[in-house]
Design a protein around this ligand. Structure first.
Ligand code: SF4
Length: 573
């Protein structure tokens, strides 16, 4: 009998992602909390997409359980290929359809409010209180644990309960909860496990919180001990987890930083970061993906020597194609000042340069090892048309200096209660809707496109991409490599889904590349696609068409006049 059900409505926070192929840490902690209090309980985990596909089946199991925990909430706007976060309407509907079990709501939606989309204010969490037995304002894993210890007596449980990341109980939840990964539809090969190192922003704790950011609510930075993180990674690895992202923290360079509360940018702890990354390699020797997320460019600008060491440590121990996502937010001094943002444009450039210097070397999968990703937020106080122009100019400067960035996120603000932006709301964003559209397009055209050509030039072979979807109308197959902010590969051929393929890049969109399966199936390729292969002009394409089918690669060399290393990109299959 299933005693507890976890319904994963997906989560996306500034520090932490839980939309497939990602599984966030909170969902695993909740499972761990249940198994710590009730080791013999059977837990069923559903993603919201599984529930959508088979609502009757899912609701039947959930209605027979003693406890149902919904995890939901996106507090940053995003577009997702791997899954659709639960909508407000769905949350209400599913909660209403469950009349027997105790219903708990946890995650960012219950803590900060239900985020709708960029440019809009969140729905305050009060709106959800009637539908659930407990709307958790603190840590859902701790509240669930207390509820079970109290034999489901909700009146004895405090929904504001927090769980210190340094506590033994948290360590236990993380390790026990690892077992739930086997229930995820993307397990084992196509699942990325988000790993938490700490929460709470050192800068916000010093009193310099950015106007829009919810991370301040976590208070003093609460660092998980290295040993606890390694035990969790080991448990996940032993269960078959092969892809992890060290993404649940506001700034990985500030993990275990020294002088928290004494300075806006405390001194990075190189030793701790080395121990952490070398430890991960030790406990998960065959991890296929070890990526990071969230780097405060201000930490790098203030501590360049330590940051360079840290970048080297990451590059030595991670896997290539990694992204240091930097919230630069704005290059307009007026906006920076009015919103307490972390870096001036010159400091941001320094951070981008430093990561480029160490991380730009290309790895086995065809991508540079570690590049910055840039986040801009629009709709902030003090914003004007000049802001849009300055952000574009800033990125032009990055391009002109020969630097690389992996992606530029252009976001409309999501406004949450308890932030400085709450009183302003989405007024500015509404006023600037048209500007946003125009400048987003310009950023894509003038910066993204040439940048993508620089980062992934034509002819690059992108290794081990997972084939995710086929669009019948466009006749395109979509694939992505595993890891942080993977670039979308659109292939103009129909390929079997849920398989791994290599692709050679033949063209670029603003945010995606066109790729052909590698090696290229020379006997099957259409004439139109043949001419698009780098190095194969119309003349050689015509020869290929006349001479095929080829029986082996040697024949291609002899009959088409290609050099042996050029012919290696083809297969006769
Ligand atoms: S530096 Fe600003 S955006 Fe980053 S976590 Fe701190 S408050 Fe949030």
């Amino acid at each position: 009998m299933v005693e507890a059900v976890i319904i994963d409505g997906y989560t996306d926070e500034p520090a932490g992602l839980g939309v497939p192929p990602y599984l966030d840490a909170i969902q695993r902690y909740v499972a761990g909390a249940i198994w710590t209090a009730e080791p013999s309980w059977d837990i069923k985990y559903f993603t919201i997409d599984e529930l959508r596909n088979e609502p009757e089946k899912g609701l039947k199991v959930a209605n027979r359980a003693k406890l149902v925990v919904f995890i939901a909430g996106t507090t940053v706007p995003g577009k997702y290929l791997g899954g659709n976060p639960i909508s407000f309407r769905e949350l209400i509907t599913y909660a209403k359809l469950l009349d027997r079990p105790l219903k708990i709501l946890g995650g960012p939606a219950s803590r900060f409010g239900f985020g709708i989309e960029g440019g809009k204010a969140a729905i305050p969490r009060r709106a959800l209180e009637e539908l659930f037995d407990i709307v958790v304002y603190g840590d859902v894993e701790k509240v669930v644990y207390e509820l079970l210890i109290e034999r489901l007596a909700i009146e004895r449980v405090n929904p504001h309960e927090e769980l210190k990341r340094t506590s033994k109980l948290h360590e236990e939840f993380a390790v026990r909860g690892a077992h739930i990964i086997r229930d995820h539809p993307e397990y084992p090969d196509h699942l990325i496990l988000e790993i938490e190192t700490y929460r709470g922003c050192p800068r916000a704790f010093y009193g310099r919180a950015c106007s829009f950011c919810i991370e301040r609510h976590y208070g003093r930075p609460d660092f998980r001990p290295i040993e606890a993180i390694l035990k969790e990674v080991k448990a996940l690895y032993e269960l078959g987890g092969r892809h992890i992202r060290i993404g649940r923290q506001p700034d990985i360079y500030a993990y275990m930083a020294e002088g928290i509360g004494e300075s806006e940018f405390p001194k990075p702890n190189v030793r701790a970061i080395r121990e952490l990354f070398e430890g991960i390699r030790r406990v998960g020797p065959h991890l296929e993906t070890i990526h990071i997320d969230n780097v405060n460019p201000g930490t790098i600008a203030h501590w360049p020597n330590e940051s360079k060491e840290i970048t080297k440590i990451i590059v030595k121990n991670h896997t290539p194609g990694d992204v240091a996502a930097m919230g630069i937010e704005s290059a307009d001094p007026n906006v920076i000042k009015q919103n307490n943002l972390k870096v001036e444009p010159e400091e941001a450039l320094l951070a981008i340069e430093l990561v480029n210097e160490v991380g730009r070397i290309r790895g086995w999968n065809g991508l540079p090892h570690l590049l910055p990703g840039i986040n801009f937020v629009y709709g902030l106080k003090g914003e004007s048309e000049r802001t849009y122009e300055l952000n574009l100019e800033f990125m032009r400067e990055v391009l002109n200096r020969g630097l690389m960035v992996r992606r530029i996120n252009i976001r409309q603000i999501m406004v949450f209660p308890g932030t400085d932006m709450w009183d302003v709301g989405n007024r500015i964003m509404k006023r600037h809707k048209r500007l946003f559209k125009v400048y987003k397009e310009r950023m894509r055209k003038e910066i993204d496109l040439p940048m993508l050509r620089r980062v992934i030039p034509s002819g690059t072979v992108l290794r081990r991409a997972y084939v995710e979807a086929y669009d019948v109308r466009k006749r395109l197959t979509y694939a992505r490599q595993m890891g942080s902010y993977p670039v979308l590969i659109a292939c103009p051929m129909k390929l079997p889904l849920r398989e791994w393929n290599d692709f050679v890049v033949i063209d670029h969109g603003y945010r995606s590349v066109t790729g052909l399966p590698y090696p290229i199936p020379i006997n099957r390729l259409s004439p139109r696609l043949l001419t698009r292969i780098p190095g194969i002009g119309r003349g050689k394409a015509r020869k290929i068409l006349m001479m095929r089918p080829f029986k082996n690669v040697k024949e291609i060399v002899e009959k088409v006049g290609l050099a042996p290393d050029e012919a290696e990109m083809f297969t006769i299959k």
